[in-house]
Every structure is written in C-alpha cells, then in structure tokens.
Design a protein around this ligand. Structure first.
Ligand code: HEC
Length: 156
C-alpha cells in the first residue's frame, strides 16, 4: 500500500467514527425525548374540565355498576383493589395510577378524573367512544371508593 492509499483509508475510518458518534448522540436524544413525552411530563386536565361536577347522584346501585365496568375495562391495569398493580401492569413502562393513594386522589377533582378517563394517555386508552358519559361518571365514583372505603354512599 502506498502512503497516499493509507492516508485515504485513515480519512475514511475517521469519517466512519464521526458518523457513528453522530448517530449515537441522535439515538440518545430521541430516546430522551420519547421518555419525556411518554412518562415524565405531568398529566393535567384543562381548567374547564376540572370544574365539571358529577351529574349522577351518589347511589350505591350506580357505584355497583361502576364496579362492574371497572372490573371489565380497568382492573387488568389498575388492579382489583385499585392499587395500580393489575395483571397487565408489568407490560407498561408508564405505571397505571394507584387509586388507593388518598393524597394523590384528593388532589384531583371529579371533573379531572372524568376528563382523564375520557381522554386516556398511552398506554391507557381513551374511553370517550367506548363508554357513555354516565358510565364514565359511575367509574369516577367507583374509583373514589379505593381511597375512601368508608365514604357514605350518599355523601356528595
Ligand atoms: C392499558 C392499561 C390501562 C387501562 C386498561 C386503564 N388504564 Fe387508567 N391509567 C393507565 C396508566 C398507565 C395511567 C398513568 C398514565 C400517565 O400518568 O401517563 C393511567 C391513569 C389513569 C388515571 C389518572 C390518574 C392520575 O393520577 O392522574 C385515571 C383516572 C384512570 N387511569 C382511570 C382508568 C379507568 C377508570 C379505566 C377503565 C375504564 C382505566 N383507567 C383503564 C393504564 C390503564
């Protein structure tokens, strides 16, 4: 190999290393953006959703109906006891919310819970078209029972 050839080979190797470094940086940036977009950011309902109030009476029959819906649609992720440890929860990087955490639940209004059930956020699906508004409100009342087990059924 003459010296000119080996210089050219070195230059090619250098370009390849730079290219690899650039790809590496881009991958890390993309991964970071993905993690932030999917998980770390707060999930906030808009102010007009927070002030919505539950149009349904706090009726034990409606709470029982909410429970049936919950077991069918939500328990696989959020768990039978609402602790966020449903059978499928291990599959998701974003952990299903723990409804038995009273301090977290007390920070959210009924309207906010309703809005989140309606909108969903990956991996949680949106229930806007899957459940009626009344069904979503029944779920709001039912998931409150995980952190307020002794709440009187008629307290509003
Ligand atoms: C595929 C799994 C999955 C299913 C099914 C699911 N969720 Fe979720 N849910 C999640 C995850 C994950 C989060 C956390 C999302 C986040 O913070 O980005 C969440 C968050 C929530 C929140 C917000 C709690 C908070 O602290 O902000 C509510 C309310 C909620 N889910 C209610 C329900 C209800 C009611 C159902 C059934 C109708 C349901 N979810 C079904 C996975 C699921």
């Amino acid at each position: 190999m003459n010296p000119a050839d080996s210089n050219a080979a070195r230059a090619r190797q250098k370009r390849a290393r730079i290219l690899l470094a650039v790809i590496g940086v881009l991958l890390i940036a993309a991964l970071t953006a993905f993690i932030f977009a999917n998980n770390v950011s707060d999930w906030n309902a808009p102010p007009e959703a927070k002030v919505l109030t539950n149009p349904l009476p706090r009726d034990p029959a409606l709470i029982a109906a909410g429970k049936a819906l919950y077991q069918e649609r939500c328990a696989n992720c959020h768990g039978d006891s609402g602790n966020g440890k449903g059978n499928d929860s291990w599959k998701y990087w974003a952990k299903p919310a723990d409804f038995s955490d009273a301090s977290a639940m007390n920070k959210m209004t009924d309207g906010e819970l309703f809005w989140k059930i309606t909108a969903g956020r990956k991996p949680m699906p949106s229930f806007e078209t899957k459940l009626s508004e009344d069904e979503r409100w029944m779920l709001v009342d039912y998931i409150r029972t995980f952190s307020q087990p002794s709440a009187p059924a008629d307290s509003k």
